[in-house]
Design a binder for this molecule. Structure first.
Ligand code: PLP
Length: 432
């Protein structure tokens, strides 16, 4: 299987090349040249999330040396529990993706990327630096996935004052091969600095990105959708539809790919925060990237979703694309209401991201939609305790992986928002 650029001006590459490169040479994003369609019999003998994921991803790894390691890579990436819980209303489910080391779904993609890159690295190769700009959860997931992995170093850039205090603490608490840089600027500044460092890196300075455009993060995310939909199909012989909290569209795109490959997935509905570029587009408007505005669901504060280019490429036509998906925006005021209302439930309250999807599902129910829907729970409430505890009026138990990080000292280096500042810091790091 070859991987092609969405812009069509770069040569097709193999999967390891696509994973290592991040962005294609023409500035586009890599996509599989074609999507194999698998029937349900193909999955008859696989039951667990790692086994389903390995079976699903086999065609992408065919004829590669990495193929022999695919099952092990999936075992490492999808080791966390992935409960598909029933909610109060029949037909409403919650797919919990937050039981990994940093309590957000990004752990799965980050671990898959780390497990793949560790096996692709030549035994005596140079130290590889993984650069990542984060508006919240990505940095911690990538740091945890590469923490103490021999041959790798992680450099995280985050915007000062724009991420939750616990998230900032988490990023600086790893130490060892993880360096946290606190940038005096916006998330967009962080992303620009990473991009410029990647473009200016010589062959003697192996740098790769772990941002949400990475295929190594996108592919494994198809696995939990496949697993949940197959489980539902086996039990009820019905399709499972999904409502997905969406920012850069990486999580939702994985669901779209799984559906295109023949998995029993019904509707795919995107929930955004007040950054409503996608809802405007899917309601029939044109696609107009905006500057992002800060909201309570900060990991979704995206004004120009990077994976939209992949989605457009996949459908080839905006009218078809609008038929394939829908999207709704949820304001901070409503996010607060949803979290408050959950205080009467027995389960832990939703995080602000998950709250957007819960709200969209209740809107769909009011419109008379009776399909079976799973709301995708992307993070644990404890990551956003400062927001949630005052709303629900009680403390939230902090799961032990987060507790451990929060009890460690934290250290990050301030950096001005200039491309050269990062480049100079990387040179100093390489000289060590
Ligand atoms: C990253 C993130 C999202 C958005 O996911 P995308 O793949 O960028 O659309 C939603 N919720 C949480 C908790 C996240 O960390």
């Amino acid at each position: 299987m070859r991987f092609v650029s969405t812009r069509g001006q770069a040569p097709a590459v193999s999967l390891p090349q696509a994973i290592a490169a991040g962005l294609a040479a023409d500035g586009g994003l890599y996509m599989p040249q074609h999507l194999p369609v698998l029937n349900l019999r193909h999955f008859r003998d696989v039951q667990t999330p790692p086994a389903v994921t390995a079976r699903l991803l086999e065609p992408f790894f065919a004829d590669l040396p990495l193929q022999a390691a695919l099952q092990d890579i999936c075992n490492e990436a999808l080791q966390q529990p992935l409960p598909l819980r029933t909610m109060d209303t029949p037909g409403d489910y919650l797919l919990e993706l937050f039981h990994g080391p940093t309590l957000a779904f990004k752990d799965i993609g980050a671990r898959f990327l780390a497990a793949s890159l560790a096996r692709l690295r030549p035994p005596a190769g140079a130290l590889q630096t993984i650069l990542v700009a984060t508006s919240g959860d990505t940095g911690a997931a990538v740091a945890a996935a590469f923490y103490k992995v021999p041959g790798f170093r992680v450099v995280i850039l985050y915007p000062q004052g724009r991420i939750a205090p616990r998230q900032a603490h988490q990023l600086g608490a790893f130490g060892e091969n993880v360096l946290a840089l606190c940038v005096e600027g916006s998330f967009d500044d962080c992303q620009r600095m990473v991009k410029s460092a990647l473009q200016n890196a010589g062959p003697d300075r192996p740098l790769s990105s772990a941002n949400s455009i990475s295929l190594g993060r996108l592919l494994p995310q198809m696995g939990y959708y496949a697993w949940a939909a197959l489980q539902h199909q086996r039990e009820y012989q019905r399709l499972l539809s999904f409502v997905i909290p969406t920012g850069n569209l990486g999580n939702a795109l994985a669901c779209v790919l799984a559906r295109q490959m023949g998995l029993p997935i019904g509707k795919i509905v995107l929930a955004t925060n007040a950054n409503d570029v996608l809802p405007r587009f899917f309601a029939g408007g044109s696609y107009v990237p905006q500057t992002s505005q800060p909201t309570l669901a900060n990991a979704m504060d995206v004004g120009a979703p990077s994976n939209f280019e992949r989605l457009r490429w996949l459908y080839g036509d905006d009218m078809l694309l609008r038929r394939g998906l829908s999207a709704y925006a949820v304001s901070d005021a409503v996010i607060r209401e949803v979290i408050k209302a959950s205080a009467t439930h027995t389960a832990p309250p939703p995080c602000p991201h998950t709250a957007t999807a819960l709200q969209v599902l209740s809107q769909l129910r009011k419109q008379g939609d009776t399909r079976d829907y799973a709301v995708v729970a992307t993070a644990h409430a404890a990551k956003f305790a400062e927001v949630i505890e005052p709303l629900v009026g009680h403390a939230i138990d902090t799961p032990s992986p987060l507790q451990q990080l929060l009890s460690r000292p934290t250290e990050s280096e301030p950096m001005i928002a200039q491309d050269t500042a990062l480049q100079q810091r990387l040179l100093r790091l390489a000289a060590h």
